[in-house]
Design a protein around this ligand. Structure first.
Ligand code: F0G
Length: 454
């Protein structure tokens, strides 16, 4: 059960079926464009949607809003140093600012960044520097416990091959959000460390979900079963040269991010950038009070009772959805349940966006908002004007905001999902009417594939 009780509540909306149809059509069939007042259960993301604790709310009041040298920064810096072991701590307003600044300070045109999987904003930041992002995820049909691992053989081959000299960083995204939210094992981090040593390349972590990764290691790796999640997190950070994180996830905040490094010279270059685009290095685009709430959140998030509840409730939710007939990816991680939309909707061809089709249907059926991680997000436009180059998988993600929804909220989602499964064969595909060049899923306008647009 939830290892907390509820002190503040907010009402949730219950739009009627008609209101849902209208809201989705007005939003160009893109759930990012649907207003939150038309959503009953919002599983779009676990990012910035966390419920803060009483201790975090009280920490807000000790926020020091001094422009330079605020004591809030000192508290934040001490917590991050203690957690990561990295001396150079740079706050930013969210994860993608960290990516833009750190990767922008590190990469040059022609360079390569290689990862288990770059998250979409990470990939966009790599591309903005003129460098290339290469993903080398492990084959998940052979590794079920640690499906977030990087393929070490492929990494070795890349570093040792003709492009090896261009590799400027190896990035492990923990947990691997774009790859089903699966954890990266300690052995994999150590293996990547050894290769980075051999080829003199820095190893960086996208540590946005470091606590969930650490907890899943204690659950799935008998060698680490007796460690606390915090100890496993320490070990993970100790093997890398630095990290960045969106603290809207395991910082249990509503906004925030950070860069933390060993390399003082790289940190200096990052701070130069930071001052130009985020703010002075002791606040980095955040209010002092945000830094205090995050410092508190970063300490709470490794509580074993919280992480056990987090992993167990997500597993329970995944099992219920599976029983309801959704093709759920197993094992579940912590922050979300992923569903294979292509398996549920074989009649919807990839270029008609099966993952979008399933996501939209969950909204129409019960005002449940989820996100698509399929061809709309990860597909590529064909430069020749043909159909999109498809994403590797057509996934739908039901992300779980931290400490926000109870079991009965999730039971409602399971009921809605069962209704969608019952009419799966009638669910239409979608086509893209308007799209941006990068990160198109946030703003694209769509239409049902079989209905001509007026
Ligand atoms: N890295 C990972 C692994 C992420 O999941 C995200 C964001 C970011 C970086 C970017 O951080 O949003 O603070 O700028 N993921 C959110 C999600 C958006 O829904 O998964 P940000």
């Amino acid at each position: 059960m939830e290892p907390f009780r509820i002190k503040a509540v907010e009402p949730i909306p219950f739009p009627t079926p008609d209101q849902r149809r209208t809201a989705l059509a007005n939003a160009g069939y893109n759930l990012f464009r649907v207003p939150a007042r038309a959503i009953t259960i919002d599983l779009l993301t676990d990012s910035g949607t966390n419920a803060m604790s009483a201790a975090q709310w009280s920490a807000l009041l000790s926020g020091d809003e001094s422009y330079a040298g605020a004591t809030s920064f000192e508290r934040f810096e001490a917590v991050v140093r203690h957690l990561t072991g990295y001396d150079e701590v740079i706050p930013v307003h969210q994860g993608r600012a960290a990516e833009r600044i750190l990767l922008g300070s590190l990469l040059r045109p022609g360079d390569i960044s290689v990862s288990n999987t770059h998250f979409d904003t990470t990939r966009a930041s790599v591309a903005a520097t003129g460098a290339t992002a290469i993903d080398l995820p492990v084959d998940t049909s052979t590794s079920t416990s640690f499906g977030g691992d990087i393929d070490l053989d492929a990494l070795h081959a890349l570093l040792d091959g003709q492009d090896g000299a261009h590799v400027r960083c190896v990035v492990l995204t923990v947990t691997n959000n774009a790859g089903g939210g699966q954890p990266v094992s300690m052995a994999n981090v150590a293996g990547a460390r050894a290769l980075c040593n051999a080829f003199d390349v820095p190893l960086l972590l996208d540590a946005s979900r470091f606590a969930e990764n650490a907890y899943l290691i204690t659950e799935r790796d008998p060698d680490h079963a007796h460690y606390s999640p915090r100890e496993v997190a320490h070990l993970t950070f100790s093997l890398a040269d630095g990290c960045w994180a969106s603290l809207k996830k395991d910082g249990v905040g509503n906004i925030g991010g950070m860069i933390a490094l060993r390399d003082a010279e790289l940190a200096r270059r990052c701070r130069d950038q930071l001052i130009a685009v985020e703010g002075f290095p002791t606040y980095g685009g955040l209010a002092g009070r945000d830094l205090d709430a995050l410092a508190q959140g970063l300490q709470e998030v490794t509580d074993p009772a919280y992480l056990r509840y987090r992993a167990q409730s997500t597993r329970w939710f995944g099992e219920q959805l599976l029983d309801a007939g959704l093709p759920v990816l197993l094992p579940t991680g912590c922050h979300a349940v992923y569903v294979d939309a292509a398996a549920l909707l074989p009649h919807v061809p990839t270029h008609q966006l099966p993952a979008t089709a399933l996501a939209n249907e969950l909204y129409l059926a019960g005002a449940v908002r989820v996100s698509e991680l399929g061809t709309l997000v990860f597909g590529r436009r064909d430069p020749g004007g043909g159909p999109d180059l498809p994403a590797p998988r057509e996934l739908v993600r039901l992300a779980l905001p931290r400490r926000v929804y109870t079991k009965s909220h999730l039971e409602y989602v399971v009921e809605v999902a069962a209704g969608v499964v019952a009419k799966a064969a009638e669910i239409p595909g979608y086509r893209i009417v308007e799209q941006a060049d990068t990160l198109r899923h946030f703003s694209a306008v769509l239409a049902p594939a079989l209905t001509p647009v007026a």
